[in-house]
Design a binder for this molecule. Structure first.
Ligand SMILES: NC(=O)c1ccc[n+]([C@@H]2O[C@H](COP(=O)([O-])OP(=O)(O)OC[C@H]3O[C@@H](n4cnc5c(N)ncnc54)[C@H](OP(=O)(O)O)[C@@H]3O)[C@@H](O)[C@H]2O)c1
Length: 350
């Protein structure tokens, strides 16, 4: 059984992992705390893809000689294979670690921890939640899909004239930037680009963040204008299309298959993004693109910002996903309700 000190260290390791959401892909987020032989915190570490070192190695470097005879508390079982880095199990052994406490077993390489005193499954459900996008992605070979919308209290995402700025208040809009920062890619349908000309970048207090998710425009017939803000070069952008681009286009693109309805096939889109290393995709609309994903039951989480405003006409939340009867409606589980100023953020899971 894990001691109280080890469980507290696992909570800290989970915080370290959570803080790197969005920065570890295509790898999982992992946090690690090294406890010395006398159960003091000797070192901490987390993995970011850019920094290369796995969480265990970063924590061992911080701990130095104090790791000898100590315990590694880590949110995911340590790797035993060589990828961009050597096996973490060997690094732990070489540093003199004698006990390993982990939360979740890595499904891509089951734990190989011979010679260590091992305790698995500590705070397992919390650690599963932190890595839910990555765990689903490696299991299903497609990104975890979060569909986000901002709507009036009567379920409209824009007015009859197409205007939608701004339905929600400043707190909800700032929260969307936090959400974007945690994902690997942000997708919209071409009609949203043509109507709103969104930038789809992560900004904090108006300043572009250093790490930006991939912007994806789903545009079967390559109608995106070269002057669109998503093509301004301030972050990477992919046009997912089904046709060859107009001559001279500078945009990065992928030619994918068409679905029976003539639009870009959403399964082909997700498969392509997974191959590119996208493990968590945020779909920001509009109603038709979201509808196709809902209709194919390819949405894993819905984050809805519902504003204290009534419009009464205009674009509905979902299109293309009509259930013929209530029995066929898509039912979800309400996971969280958070007030953001006069708006409410609702989170549902499939
Ligand atoms: N408040 C919000 O949260 C929010 C967010 C986004 C948008 N909006 C509003 O929503 C409106 C646009 O929404 P919309 O529903 O008209 O358009 P949309 O979903 O943004 O784009 C629809 C277009 O995307 C293309 N597409 C490519 N593959 C598709 C697929 N598999 N399924 C569906 N569409 C696919 C289709 O054109 P091709 O076949 O030519 O590619 C389709 O016509 C705007 O007025 C915007 O202001 C509001």
């Amino acid at each position: 059984m894990a001691s109280d000190t080890e469980t507290a260290a696992m909570r800290r390791a989970l915080d370290l992992a959570t803080a790197t959401l969005g920065a570890a892909s295509p790898n999982p987020v992992v946090g690690c705390v090294i406890l010395s032989a006398d159960s003091e915190v000797a070192g901490e570490g987390a993995h970011t893809y850019a920094a290369v070192d796995h969480a265990e190695v970063a924590a061992l470097k911080a701990a130095g000689d104090r790791a000898r005879g100590g315990t590694a508390v880590v949110t995911l079982s340590p790797c035993a294979g060589t990828g961009r880095t050597g096996p973490c199990t060997e690094a732990l052994r070489a540093a003199g670690i004698t006990r390993v406490v982990y939360a979740v077993a890595d499904p891509t390489q089951p734990p190989r921890l011979d010679g260590f005193d091992v305790e698995g499954g500590v705070l397992e459900s919390e650690a599963t939640n932190v890595n839910e996008a990555w765990l689903l992605a490696v299991r299903e070979h497609r990104p975890f899909v979060t569909w986000k919308y901002a709507a009036s209290l009567d379920g409209r995402t824009s007015a009859a004239d197409g205007t939608s700025r701004w339905i929600t208040g400043a707190a909800a809009r700032a929260d969307v930037h936090r959400l974007r920062a945690e994902v690997d890619a942000v997708a919209v349908g071409i009609s949203t680009v043509l109507a709103d000309d969104p930038h789809l970048t992560v900004r904090r207090d108006g300043v572009l963040a250093a790490r930006q998710p991939l912007r994806v425009v789903v545009d079967s017939n390559f109608r995106v204008p070269p002057t669109a803000r998503v093509l301004d070069g301030s972050a990477p952008t992919l046009v997912a299309t089904t046709v060859e681009p107009p001559p001279g286009t500078k945009a990065e693109y992928a030619v994918l298959r068409r679905a029976a309805d003539g639009h870009t096939d959403v399964r082909a889109l997700l498969a392509h993004l997974y191959e590119r290393g996208v493990r968590h995709l945020l779909v920001e609309g509009g109603a038709k693109l979201a509808g196709s994903l809902v209709d194919a039951r390819l949405v894993d989480r819905v984050v809805g910002y519902v504003a204290a405003v009534a419009i009464g006409s205009g674009t509905p939340l979902l299109d293309n996903a009509g259930a013929p009867s209530i029995d066929a409606a898509w039912r979800l589980r309400l996971d969280d309700v958070t007030r953001l100023g006069d708006d409410v953020r609702l989170t549902w899971r499939a």
